[in-house]
Design a binder for this molecule. Structure first.
Ligand SMILES: Nc1ncnc2c1ncn2[C@@H]1O[C@H](COP(=O)(O)OP(=O)(O)O)[C@@H](O)[C@H]1O
Ligand SMILES: N[C@@H](CCC(=O)OP(=O)(O)O)C(=O)O
Length: 372
């Protein structure tokens, strides 16, 4: 990574108001400028995952419907029509910079499910390793409450969950406003920008007014919620205006721009919390060679497994010990206890043959490992 950058892996959330200029249809010029900035970061070694809104707006545009529509099932229809257009725009804009995009439609309940969490994490991390830019949106067709008018949670909260999921060190929320103000500046012209929030308190939440225009969904409250969620697990959050010239690079190089929400744990502490804070469901006992490999943060392969304890499932946290019972670490397992018992001591190529299914060569991938 280039040493001039403060951040290595960032999640960038782009709101509807920003992508449409408040006009109810995608603004390709704005999107082109943002993609160029993001592509420049990727070229210089920063790993990015994008969480984007705009499917509903794109659907309205495609169907030629520009009136505000509060009817939730119809918004789902619009999102379904528009998601494909939204992706086409990202696909062609990133392609101009030689970059490939992937689409991931997620719901928050997917990420609360342990297997869904693991699948999403493994996929998004693998895409990052491949140098592909993943474009995430809420799966609006099933995530009903996310696009309701009176709801709590939306792409802002989803972006905080994605930042946790991929171990980002920064969540950059780009909107049409240059940060958190002491009140909604659209209705309170005397409101002033708050440059730093050390902790999200009730007083901070009380500063949030409603949505700025008739295309945005969450308003400031969901951004503050997202900031609370992300900072409490070690991710710095910055809310800034996507219209500010060169905003992405300015943020990344540490310029004081927008509102910064300070993290409350180090990313390393977050990783440890991820795997040890949740109760472990069982134990995998590994041989000396595997224990040394795991201690160096290498993935755990079946060849190093001696035995298993407990009825853990795929996606559960398991404890790793050597044969003397000394704890080596924790990890999220790709295989359930019965499968691990069946493939213990074998080479990875045998997994599919023995089990009839294959969740990868690793019982625990190094990305999902925390070493004691
Ligand atoms: N205290 C506040 N500081 C800044 N903006 C606020 C505040 N309270 C409400 N807002 C409104 O929140 C809007 C941004 O939220 P939203 O419209 O949902 O944007 P996005 O589409 O980017 O998610 C701003 O345009 C602004 O009108
Ligand atoms: N998933 C919806 C957007 C929901 C949403 O969170 O919008 P916003 O508050 O503008 O970020 C869409 O793609 O239109």
């Amino acid at each position: 990574m280039n040493s001039e950058f403060c951040y290595k892996r960032i999640v960038i959330k782009l709101g509807t108001n920003l992508l449409t200029g408040g006009a109810g249809k995608l603004d390709r010029e704005v999107m082109s400028g943002l993609v160029a900035q993001m592509a420049a970061l990727v070229k210089r070694g920063v790993e990015i995952t994008v969480v984007t809104s705009g499917a509903i707006a794109a659907g309205k545009e495609k169907l030629g419907l520009f009136k505000k529509n509060k009817d939730m099932p119809f918004k789902q229809v619009l999102a379904s029509v528009g998601q494909n257009r939204l992706m086409n725009v990202y696909d062609s804009l990133f392609a101009e910079h030689g970059l490939t995009v992937a689409q991931a439609l997620l719901t928050k309940s997917d990420l609360h499910d342990r297997s869904g969490y693991l699948n999403a994490r493994n996929t998004l991390l693998a895409l990052i390793e491949l140098g592909v830019v993943t474009i995430v949106n809420e799966n609006d067709v099933v995530a009903v409450d996310e696009i309701q008018e009176a709801k709590f949670g939306d792409n802002d909260n989803l972006s905080a969950m994605v930042a946790n999921l991929v171990d980002a060190d920064l969540l950059l929320i780009l909107s049409d406003i240059d940060g958190l103000y002491t009140a909604n500046p659209r209705t309170e012209p005397s409101a002033t920008l708050i440059p730093v929030v050390e902790k999200v308190t009730q007083e901070i939440e009380a500063l949030a007014g409603g949505v700025g225009s008739n295309v945005g969904t969450g308003g400031m409250i969901t951004k503050i919620e997202a900031a609370r969620l992300a900072t409490s697990s070690g991710v710095r959050v910055i809310i800034a205006s996507g219209h500010a010239p060169g905003v992405v690079e300015r943020v990344i190089t540490g310029e004081s721009i927008g509102t910064h929400f300070l993290p409350h744990a180090s990313p390393d502490a977050r990783h440890r919390w991820l795997v040890s804070g949740l109760s472990s469901r069982g134990r995998i006992i590994i041989d000396g060679g595997a224990a040394r490999a795991v201690a160096r943060c290498s993935s755990l392969l079946p060849a190093g497994v001696k035995s298993v304890e407990g009825a853990f499932k795929r996606g559960d946290i398991v404890r790793l010990t050597d044969e003397a019972g000394t704890q080596v670490g924790y990890g999220i397992t790709n295989y359930d206890a019965i499968d691990v018992d069946r493939i213990k001591g074998l080479h990875s190529e045998a997994i599919g043959v023995v089990l009839g299914h294959d969740f990868g060569d690793e019982i625990i991938h190094r990305n999902n490992l925390a070493v004691c």
